[in-house]
Design a protein around this ligand. Structure first.
Ligand code: ZN
Length: 282
């Protein structure tokens, strides 16, 4: 019976694009999505994915949501619940989830103005659960919710490196399992890259950095420290943030989807790897 069920679910997952025809964007995402996870998930985790922009609205929000839905369906790591509302973000509402994902939302301090909701989100992570932020999830917190900025690791303070450019990056933490998607220690990629305020390297473990000195743009860091993806521990919980995700194409780039999936599995403690801060390398 179990075997029959497995055959059915296997065939069903392969047949999914046929049963529910995908549009062109979804087809590209499905093709680019990893077929197999790096590690088997400990269970089917439950994710609450929030995609409402209270400030600037990225046109890639629906693309990110599609990618996270397809990631859930194809890999089986998590069950995805999508929302653009804030009602679920209470102690009781969040209790049934293992993971919160902020998909390109902006000005989060406006969406979560109530103290009780802010506490519910931060306590959720501190008590041992997971938080993942993509791109403009860091465009918020400051000025009136500094604890959010402290939690996610930095607040958007402009993007000297625009979405139309192709920028040089380096893999700062070559051994971290979240970086196994990157086969070279340096790579070029087109996306919009931020500088930050309220950023404190000593609280974060930087995974990917921008090699700003190889660009003709100058940002706000005296030491040219422009982190792009990072992790941290937060109480008993874990956080993964990546600046990538402004451009729609990021969401159908295979190595980026692998990086995102591994970051999610690390936060969910499926994947082992350090979170201790390391000094700046370049
Ligand atoms: Zn952006």
């Amino acid at each position: 019976m179990k075997i029959l069920f497995l055959i059915f679910t296997f065939q069903f997952s392969l047949a999914l694009p046929l049963l529910f025809p995908f549009n062109e964007e979804e087809n590209k995402i499905w093709e680019a999505m990893p077929k197999k996870t790096t590690v088997k998930p400990a269970k089917l985790h439950k994710a609450l994915i929030y995609s409402h922009a209270s400030g600037f609205k990225h046109s890639s929000i629906p693309t990110g949501a599609k990618a996270l839905r397809i990631m859930a369906e194809k890999t089986g790591v998590f069950d995805a619940t999508f929302t653009i509302k804030t009602e679920e973000f209470t102690k009781k509402g969040l209790a049934k989830y293992d993971l919160i994902i902020f998909n390109n939302c902006t000005h989060i301090q406006k969406a979560f103005a109530e103290d009780s909701q802010r506490k519910a989100i931060l306590n959720f992570i501190q008590d041992g659960k997971a938080f993942v932020g993509f791109h403009s999830a860091s465009d918020g917190g400051l000025p009136n919710w500094p604890e959010y900025t402290e939690m996610i690791g930095g607040c958007f303070a402009g993007h000297p490196w625009g979405a139309g450019g192709t920028w040089p990056f380096f893999v700062e933490d070559k051994k971290h399992p979240i970086n196994r998607a990157f086969t070279e220690s340096e790579f070029s990629f087109s996306d919009e890259i931020y500088q930050y305020k309220g950023y404190d390297r000593s609280k974060l473990r930087i995974l990917i950095g921008l090699d700003s000195l190889k660009t003709d743009k100058k940002g706000n860091s005296k030491t040219n420290d422009y982190p792009v993806s990072w992790v941290r521990s937060y109480g008993k919980g874990r956080i993964f943030y990546s600046n990538f995700g402004h451009n729609k194409a990021t969401w159908w780039t295979p190595f980026m989807l692998q990086h995102f999936l591994d970051g999610i599995q690390w936060c969910l403690m499926d994947l082992k790897g350090p979170s201790k801060s390391t000094p700046q390398k370049i």
